[in-house]
Design a protein around this ligand. Structure first.
Ligand code: NAP
Length: 242
């Protein structure tokens, strides 16, 4: 059965562009108050303006996920602007397309910090607030690289494997607190990330970000007694993994 999302509060990380921007705007259209997180308030401005133009409520928060100390403070900053959190979408991410031997130490660390450590710490710190909601949901945006190995994507893939491993345990540990957990692992989606990481792919041939967003909103609106553990999203035609 479908239920309204009106008056819930969602934290959307990576809300400045791509999937996160469309998701923040679409959730706001459903009446959800948004806490939009990205590394700078400047990059969040188009999202903030888009949500405000719809009459929605949005609180931008800048936090660089590659700085662990700042991530440790993020939940406090979030709970200073909203009274509680119902939905956490861990969406921020960085991709890297580089052979292992050419990947610098700081590139390995950045991939792990942004794609794994930051969502893990933010989730840990928001669980006490989420468990007070009767609609609590955490969605971790992983990737097809969380399950498969692609040449040239060791840092990106290993960090997404780490996030998936965390999510599998999380789902069980918070089940009794009434928190739903989903990991969504899509193939290539037509955003800036894929334009930069895979210039060989034609964006028009790929999953469009609003298709994934529609699917996320469907999940959030339908909280019956059934739960889906593994969601692999790929194109309906062509290469089965892209
Ligand atoms: P995108 O357009 O590149 O957007 C990435 C978002 O992450 C931006 O809002 C960016 O914000 C934020 N971000 C990056 N580095 C950050 C940092 N250091 N601190 C805080 N925020 C940071 O990417 P997308 O395609 O929408 O991807 C969204 C998620 O989907 C990612 O987790 C990605 O791995 C996953 N995914 C994407 C694809 C794809 O093909 N596009 C496929 C599978 C999974 P700022 O740069 O403004 O800080």
């Amino acid at each position: 059965m479908e239920s309204s999302l009106k008056d819930l509060t969602a934290v959307v990380t990576g809300a400045s562009r791509g999937i996160g921007r469309i998701l923040a705007t679409s959730l706001a259209r459903e009446g959800v108050a948004i806490v939009a997180v990205a590394s700078s308030e400047d990059t969040l401005r188009p999202t903030v303006e888009g949500v405000k133009s719809l009459g929605g409520r949005i609180h931008p928060i800048d936090c660089d996920f590659s700085i662990t100390h700042d991530v440790e403070d993020l939940s406090n900053r979030i709970l200073n602007v909203v009274s509680g959190v119902d939905i956490l979408i861990n969406n921020a991410g960085v991709a890297l397309n580089r052979p292992i031997v050419e990947t610098e130490t700081d590139q390995w660390l950045k991939c792990f910090a942004v794609n794994a450590v930051a969502p893990i710490l933010l989730t840990r710190d928001l669980i006490p607030s989420l468990e007070r909601s009767d609609r609590a949901t955490i969605i971790n945006i992983g990737s097809v690289v969380a399950e498969k190995g692609y040449v040239g994507q060791a840092a990106y893939g290993a960090s997404k494997h780490a996030l998936l491993g965390f999510t599998k345990v999380l789902a069980q540990e918070v089940q009794e607190k009434g928190i739903r957990v989903h990991s969504i692992n899509p193939g290539a989606i037509a955003t800036e990330m894929i334009r930069e990481a895979r210039p060989d792919l034609n964006l028009g041939d790929l999953i469009q970000p609003d298709e994934l967003v529609d699917f996320i909103i469907y999940l959030l609106k339908h909280r019956g007694s059934m739960v889906m553990d593994d969601l692999r999203i790929r194109r309906a035609t062509g290469d089965p993994w892209y």
